[in-house]
Design a binder for this molecule. Structure first.
Ligand SMILES: Cc1cc2nc3c(=O)[nH]c(=O)nc-3n(C[C@H](O)[C@H](O)[C@H](O)COP(=O)(O)OP(=O)(O)OC[C@H]3O[C@@H](n4cnc5c(N)ncnc54)[C@H](O)[C@@H]3O)c2cc1C
Ligand code: SF4
Ligand code: SF4
Length: 374
């Protein structure tokens, strides 16, 4: 190891064991020697190093100069300003608490896409458009395990409209969508969109800013999901079922709108106070400073006053050109964000609150920009 060639040794010590690790799996899929595994048992969601090539804390390839895992990691050292500068040409200003970008409200015009999507179906409309117009070969999303009744979110590759729609909607447990990367590449995909919360949506930018090779070039589009936290799978048996009698198999849809809004297959809605869900917060989210998926090309959320619209933050030139193309093609309609001032205020408030999570002992950038949370 040399100080300017940080490898698994440094990643393990500075990110994995300190709690900064979100479990995004960027290091796992970027590792060129396949010596990183991913442990998602019992809510852990952490990378680990195989014993044979340096033990759990060090890497023999890293000792010889490989640095790919630290190049890929969107929580390593000065990740935020590095990715900002790469993506938008400058660091964000202190008042840009939700990252750089313009906000707009959008919804899919295709009734099936609008009805299937979590909010306005914007993300699915975007993926369907990008696939149909040969802008991407495939997308890395979160599918549902089996017939979906377990509500277990699993990384998945989608290549068609039907596959996009089958994966639409939100699951609030974790899905490291990057883990679907090897399957997409094995299927011949060279241009990939990645859908993910801020933790994952920053990975393409980290990899591109630090020149992490082929994977950086293949992740051509990053679609972010606004996110305060994800929950351990234990939330199903221990909260929904034990306290409210809601079995997973009976749940038709879940959304977070001030409360956990659970709709069962019989059409009944059950609002569960968010404070009851806090005990089930996934460990990897506790220090995450990025509510607004700040390094995506487009970030999407459901904090608008109108349930069937997606709040979209347009962050890059690519994001802007895609939104324009979607509107021109009649795939989505938009309305100005100032029509929903409450959503704009909430975006700023939630983004500011998340930034206070970044610990003082870590690199100085996230969490020290923006005014204190109100
Ligand atoms: C864990 C989580 C937490 C969220 N928290 C908030 C929040 O606090 N505030 C807010 O405004 N919005 C939040 N969102 C975003 C919101 O739920 C919608 O995803 C967003 O508004 C886009 O809606 P849509 O109708 O355009 O998306 P859709 O067209 O329904 O597409 C959604 C996409 O998200 C993918 N996806 C679903 N679940 C997961 C998962 N667990 N991990 C990774 N990808 C997934 C799907 O595969 C699909 O591609 C959260 C989303 C998730 C997944
Ligand atoms: S140093 Fe290289 S080989 Fe070792 S874990 Fe990191 S990316 Fe993989
Ligand atoms: S944050 Fe992601 S890339 Fe960084 S160590 Fe954790 S899993 Fe790996």
């Amino acid at each position: 190891m040399t100080p300017d060639k940080p490898q698994w040794l440094e990643l393990f010590a500075e990110v994995v064991t300190t709690g900064l690790c979100t479990g995004c799996a960027a290091c796992v899929v970027a590792c060129p020697h396949d010596v990183l595994g991913y442990d998602d048992a019992q809510g852990l969601y952490r990378p680990f190093h195989v014993e044979a090539d340096g033990g759990p804390t060090d890497c023999t390839h890293g000792q010889r100069g490989c640095t790919m895992c630290t190049r890929a990691c969107p929580r390593f050292r000065t990740w935020e300003p590095e990715i900002d500068v790469h993506r938008v040409g400058r660091e964000r200003r202190d008042d840009e608490v939700a990252g750089v970008g313009d906000v707009v409200l959008a919804r899919a015009l295709d009734p099936e896409v609008a009805a299937t999507g979590q909010d306005g179906g914007f993300v699915s409309a975007l993926l369907i458009h990008a696939l149909a117009h040969d802008l991407i070969d495939a997308a890395l999303v979160s599918g549902r395990e089996g017939d979906g009744t377990s509500w277990r979110a699993v990384p998945a590759v989608v290549r068609t409209r039907d596959e996009v729609l089958a994966a639409a909607g939100s699951r609030y447990t974790y899905s490291a969508n990057l883990l679907a990367y090897p399957e997409a590449v094995a299927g011949g995909a060279e241009r990939l969109a990645l859908v993910g919360m801020g933790c994952a949506a920053s990975a393409p930018g980290a990899m591109q800013a630090r020149k992490a090779g082929k994977i950086a070039r293949r992740l051509v589009l990053s679609i972010g999901l606004l996110c305060s936290k994800t929950f351990d799978d234990a939330i199903f048996p221990e909260l929904f079922e034990a306290r409210y009698g809601l079995a997973r198999a009976d749940i038709a849809k879940m959304n977070i709108k001030g409360a956990f809004r659970v709709t069962t297959r019989d059409g009944q809605r059950h609002d569960i106070p968010l404070r009851e869900a806090h005990d089930f917060t996934r460990t990897g989210c506790v220090m995450c400073p990025d509510f607004a998926a700040e390094h995506a090309d487009l970030s999407a959320g459901g904090i608008g006053a109108l349930d069937d619209w997606t709040l979209v933050v347009v962050r890059t030139e690519l994001g802007r050109s895609l939104l324009d193309a979607l509107v021109a093609a009649g795939a989505v309609e938009t309305r100005p964000a100032h029509e929903d001032p409450r959503a704009l205020a909430l975006l700023a408030r939630l983004a500011r609150a998340s930034r206070t999570r970044w610990p003082d002992w870590a690199d100085a950038h996230p969490g020290r920009t923006g005014a204190p949370a109100s």
